[in-house]
Write a protein that binds this ligand. Structure first.
Ligand SMILES: Nc1ncnc2c1ncn2[C@@H]1O[C@H](COP(=O)(O)OP(=O)(O)OP(=O)(O)O)[C@@H](O)[C@H]1O
Ligand SMILES: [Mg+2]
Length: 251
């Protein structure tokens, strides 16, 4: 449909004959905040890897804003406007928080840190980096070495790195993994705040059902590489197939 930002059709992925994604089709509405849930090994991260060009699909199509992106290189896909934060954080631990963002800006804008880079340009890059850090609540820690940040703040930085790429679609792979309950709710609030402020489309993978049902407008359930169900949190929590897949666990 015209207001879908992403359309996936009959997507397949096998690793040397081992089928991981088996004919997934889905459409993400522009501006939507949605979740993907599913048991371990369901293929959730692989789906993100296919959308972002980290893996080549074995078949099917991925259309982003009307363009076929299946099979493109990750850096081209980033340039079209898709960024992601990783299940395991993807930061440079020896760089400062600020320099992690600046390094991303530089690569994104294809500028090298030349000795004689115009000062004005460098300044605007640092200004932008501070803005992004402020939006995720890390401005005060800008000059700290990233590797020394608490786990929750490393996750925030990972989100900031993705935001520095100015995405239209942001994919978050388990943004609350390994967090204390307090940290978890702070990140949930952050995700909601960013979604509202930046007016972007977000898809997040999440195991915590409380988180999913609190913020997702739409939930998609993956199981063994197929889409088991999709709907509003309420519809999903009553869906028989979903309840069976979770072996009667309370959803
Ligand atoms: N590069 C790869 N080579 C071979 N097998 C892979 C590769 N990447 C993923 N797999 C397999 O694909 C399946 C799905 O993995 P994936 O990481 O997508 O699951 P997931 O749903 O994200 O699980 P989790 O909730 O544990 O993060 C797993 O069985 C995994 O071992
Ligand atoms: Mg995963």
């Amino acid at each position: 449909m015209a207001n879908d930002i992403l359309q996936i059709n009959d997507l397949h992925k096998s690793f040397e004959g081992y089928v991981v994604i088996s004919g997934i089709s889905l459409s993400v509405r522009d501006g939507e905040l949605s979740a993907i849930i599913g048991p371990n090994g369901a293929g959730k991260t692989t789906l993100f890897n296919l959308i972002t060009g980290y893996h080549l699909p074995s078949g099917g199509s991925i259309v982003f804003q009307g363009k076929e992106i299946a099979g493109m290189q990750p850096f081209d896909i980033v340039r079209f406007g898709i960024a992601r934060a990783f299940q395991r954080t993807n930061i440079f631990p020896r760089l400062t928080v600020l320099d992690n963002i600046v390094a991303t800006n530089i690569t994104h804008q294809k500028r090298n840190l030349k000795m004689f880079a115009p000062l004005k340009k460098m300044k605007s890059m640092y200004d932008k980096a501070y803005e992004v850090l402020e939006s995720v609540g890390l401005k005060e820690m800008a000059l700290q070495t990233s590797g020394t940040l608490a786990h929750g703040n490393q996750k925030r930085l990972d989100i900031a790195v993705a935001l520095a790429l100015e995405p239209k679609l942001l994919l978050l792979d388990e943004p609350t993994a390994g967090m204390s309950p307090e940290e978890r709710w702070q990140i949930v609030e952050l995700i909601q705040k960013l979604w509202k402020e930046l007016n972007i489309t977000m898809v997040f993978i999440e195991h915590d059902m409380d988180v999913v049902f609190k913020i997702a407008e739409k939930v998609r359930v993956l199981s063994y590489g197929v889409m088991l169900a999709e709907g509003t949190p309420e519809e999903i929590s009553k869906n028989k197939k979903v309840i069976e897949a979770y072996l009667g666990e309370e959803i």
